[in-house]
Design a protein around this ligand. Structure first.
Ligand SMILES: NC(=O)c1ccc[n+]([C@@H]2O[C@H](COP(=O)([O-])OP(=O)(O)OC[C@H]3O[C@@H](n4cnc5c(N)ncnc54)[C@H](O)[C@@H]3O)[C@@H](O)[C@H]2O)c1
Length: 433
């Protein structure tokens, strides 16, 4: 496809003759593969996990909470548009969505390079890297393929970086509603990826190079991390003066150019991770990104700060998911909070989305059983079900009387009117009210 004229490429895409592979069928890759199959492309999903491949080929979704995925998979697999396999096969367009990790604040992108090393026949093909990576990884990917095969990027095969900007559990919706960014290594690579993605994305933003797109992806989450750090700093300032940070934020945000986020603990796959994809990479090139680095430190320090608000022996944490009203327990801020508390407290976790999962800490699915005998309750994730809490019943069941609110979720007056003590991030009122 890479060696065809633009007119021939357009025809091949329009007639859905272009064949696609998606390498890495996780949270990101599988909904993308199903979307491409749904738009009529012959799509091969490739993953090293045999169990996962079997599940997909049975038309079943491995991600229960991903909205709409179960139906889409069932249909696209039944129609033969999406097939999963463990064997790598280079196709016209090859999308790479394998995992990348942060280990001790350093990026681990071995899975991306494992794919680069497995490519045997790149000629005429295009590779679109979509995993989150440090800047210049797409360039390095192309070099590895060239070193192994003798075929050259920009001459024999195309390469692009196209970041995944979606959020589980609404990946299908986000794919169809967010502009797709495409940074081709050359005009032809960008053209091919854009033509194919135009089949489902509402718009394409072509940027001048893969490195622009790589930095864009990191920037989107690093700016959120920095903005949350600002809100956390403001929360600490408000605690010193005994005023409500949410009152200050609401007041300040009435100015059209002011847009302060809410304070709290930062969890999830992206915001607390993505800044690390730039920090050491740019430092190796002689620049220290102090603001991004300090924002990370400040946000991480909030875990100890919240732990310091806790009193008593038995602490019940409400909410394990990394954001409200979804079931995703990996990389959550609550895990960090548990770590900070467990040496000095007996910790019990309640989450309405808990099922039969096994953890190293105590969990209780029944809310009122969980809070029985608690000295302190910490609201860590603002699941909407906690709004319906019966404070009187809670007070009866607790041994102590402290409510620690990490998210500014409860009405402090309400809590105190029920004979309980209230402390929140940016809302430490004692002695001032
Ligand atoms: N999960 C998110 O919300 C999100 C959002 C935006 C970007 N991202 C980025 O997208 C990338 C993928 O994330 P994810 O959440 O889908 O990961 P995931 O762990 O859910 O899935 C990755 C899949 O890749 C497979 N895999 C690993 N090595 C492979 C190889 N060599 N060949 C083929 N398959 C292989 C794994 O078996 C797994 O099924 C990461 O870089 C992540 O940072 C994730």
């Amino acid at each position: 496809m890479y060696l065809l004229s633009n007119e021939e490429i357009k025809e091949k895409v329009k007639n859905r003759v272009a064949k696609i592979s998606v390498i890495g069928l996780g949270r990101v890759g599988l909904p993308l593969a199903a979307t491409l199959a749904d738009r009529g492309f012959d799509t091969l999903g490739i993953d090293i996990n045999e169990g996962l491949v079997k599940t997909i080929n049975a038309g079943e979704s491995p991600f229960e909470d991903e909205v709409g995925l179960a139906d889409l998979l069932k249909r696209t697999v039944a129609e033969g548009k999406l097939v999963a396999t463990v064997s790598l096969e280079e196709r016209d367009l090859n999308v790479i969505t394998v995992p990348t990790l942060i280990k001790e604040e350093e990026p681990d992108i071995d899975a991306v390079f494992a794919v680069a090393n497995a490519i045997k026949a790149p000629q005429g093909k295009v590779f679109s890297l979509e995993s989150t990576v440090p800047p210049l990884t797409t360039e390095r990917f192309g070099e590895i393929v060239a070193e192994n095969t003798g075929y050259k990027p920009r001459k024999d095969f195309g390469m692009a970086y196209s970041p995944e900007r979606i959020q589980a559990p609404q990946v299908l919706r986000d794919l169809r509603t967010y502009p797709k960014i495409v940074g081709g290594m050359d005009e032809k690579s960008g053209f091919i990826v854009s033509e194919i993605y135009s089949c489902f994305a509402p718009s394409i933003i072509r940027v001048s190079s893969p490195v622009v797109a790589e930095i864009d992806k990191i920037t989107e989450n690093a700016q959120r991390d920095v903005n949350i750090a600002f809100a956390n700093e403001l929360a600490r300032i408000c605690e010193v003066y005994g005023v409500d940070v949410y009152e200050v934020i609401k007041t300040a945000n009435s100015q059209p150019y002011c847009n302060i986020l809410n304070p709290g603990l930062v969890g999830g796959h992206c915001i607390p991770m993505d800044p690390y994809y730039i920090l050491s990479a740019v430092e190796q090139r002689g620049y220290t990104a102090n603001l991004i680095k300090e924002a990370r430190r400040l946000n991480e320090a909030m875990v100890e700060h919240v732990a310091g608000m806790v009193e008593g022996d038995r602490v019940v944490i409400l909410g394990l998911s990394f954001k409200p009203d979804i079931k995703t327990f990996e990389n959550t801020h609550t895990l960090k909070l548990i770590d900070a508390l467990k040496a000095a407290h007996e910790v019990v976790v309640h989450d309405p989305f808990l099922d039969e999962e096994v953890f190293e800490f105590e969990v209780e699915k029944d809310f009122y059983k969980a809070v029985e005998g608690a000295d302190c309750i910490v609201l860590s994730t603002a699941h909407s079900v906690y709004k319906k809490m019966d404070w009187k019943e809670l007070k009866k069941r607790m041994r102590g009387d402290l409510i620690v609110d990490v998210r500014g979720f409860f009405d402090a007056d309400d809590v105190e009117a029920n004979g309980l003590k209230y402390k929140g991030v940016g809302r430490v009122f004692s002695g001032f009210r």
